[in-house]
Write a protein that binds this ligand. Structure first.
Ligand code: NAP
Length: 280
């Protein structure tokens, strides 16, 4: 039976450290501020934005919210980002995704000053992650690395299988595991014989977006299983990509949903914001 990796515990320890660093900066007369932009009425995005603002308050980071209507043009959004790029009170800029379909997301990401890109989505920061010399880490993968460290799970030499190759989770996750000397494989929807691949994993990361996708028969005995998924099951309940109840009997460590990766993602956003402020 697996040990449960508690994202809330790791998160609380990390947030305390961030709070102290924000306070130290304040004592030197340096404020820490995060601008959060939300466009339209996506209810999930609203929940995420509220959680991010609340987390900022808890650690003493000032948050500035910009809630724009659905019909906001790309030009209006880019103008706002330009203003925030030049505002010294704003250390980090986060534009909540997804954006309405008439706005080009990559153009918006590209317009954020890389020094304020606390999501680490800007191509310049993505390049830094590839090289392994970075200021900002992509929040979800970085949160996972913090959890592994907290539970003394050594990545070095381990076979790591990541299911999912998105720019925000799968690809950067693979890079961070590689940096810690894991032997990394990325799987995706065109992978043949997925189960054959996942069964080789000492560390299995699921970032697929499909409820209960990873079943017990896909997991090696004693594997560490990290569940990034945030899905709704048939009853509308929040659940991950992993069939938690059955997989936990086989794994050595496992993250639950909720209470696993989710809390860490916001914590690493706070980490990136305080790093940005420290570099002012
Ligand atoms: P995404 O962009 O939709 O990517 C999903 C990936 O899964 C794709 O690479 C896709 O392959 C792969 N995939 C889909 N079906 C597959 C199959 N049958 N077999 C193997 N691979 C398959 O999603 P994402 O943004 O990475 O997010 C993944 C999940 O994590 C979602 O549930 C999301 O809500 C959640 N998430 C959680 C957090 C958090 O803080 N907890 C943060 C971010 C995301 P192809 O590339 O071939 O299409």
């Amino acid at each position: 039976m697996a040990e449960i990796i508690c994202g809330k515990t790791v998160s609380a320890a990390k947030r305390l450290d961030i709070k102290n660093r924000v306070e130290e900066l304040k004592n030197k007369g340096i404020t820490t501020g995060l601008a959060v932009i939300i466009v339209g009425n996506n209810s999930a995005s609203r929940v995420y934005v509220n959680n991010k603002k609340k987390a900022c308050e808890e650690v003493g980071i000032e948050s500035f919210e910009f809630a724009l209507p659905e019909e906001t043009t790309q030009e209006e959004l880019l103008n706002l980002i330009d203003k925030l790029n030049n505002d010294s009170k704003v250390d980090g800029i986060l534009c909540q995704l997804p954006l309405p379909s008439h706005i080009d997301e990559q153009a918006v990401i590209n317009s954020i000053d890389p020094k304020k890109d606390v999501d680490a989505f800007h191509p310049e920061n993505v390049g830094h992650i590839m090289i392994g010399d970075y200021t900002f880490l992509p929040c979800t993968p970085a949160g996972i690395m913090e959890m592994l460290k907290f539970y003394n799970i050594d990545v070095k030499g381990k076979k790591c299988v990541v299911i999912g190759r998105s720019n925000i989770v799968g690809k950067p996750m693979a890079m961070l595991l590689l940096k810690e000397n894991g032997t990394v494989e990325i799987c995706h929807s065109r992978t043949e014989n997925l189960k054959e691949e996942t069964l080789t994993a000492d560390i299995l990361v699921a970032a697929v977006g499909k409820a209960y996708f990873v079943t017990e028969d896909m997991v090696k005995d004693g594997a560490v299983v990290i569940d990034v998924g945030m899905n709704r099951n048939d009853e509308g309940k929040l659940c991950g990509d992993v069939d938690f109840d059955n997989v936990k009997e086989k794994a050595s460590f496992i993250t639950p949903v909720p209470g696993g990766v989710g809390p860490m993602t916001i914590t690493m956003l706070l980490e990136n914001t305080v790093r940005a402020a420290s570099q002012k």
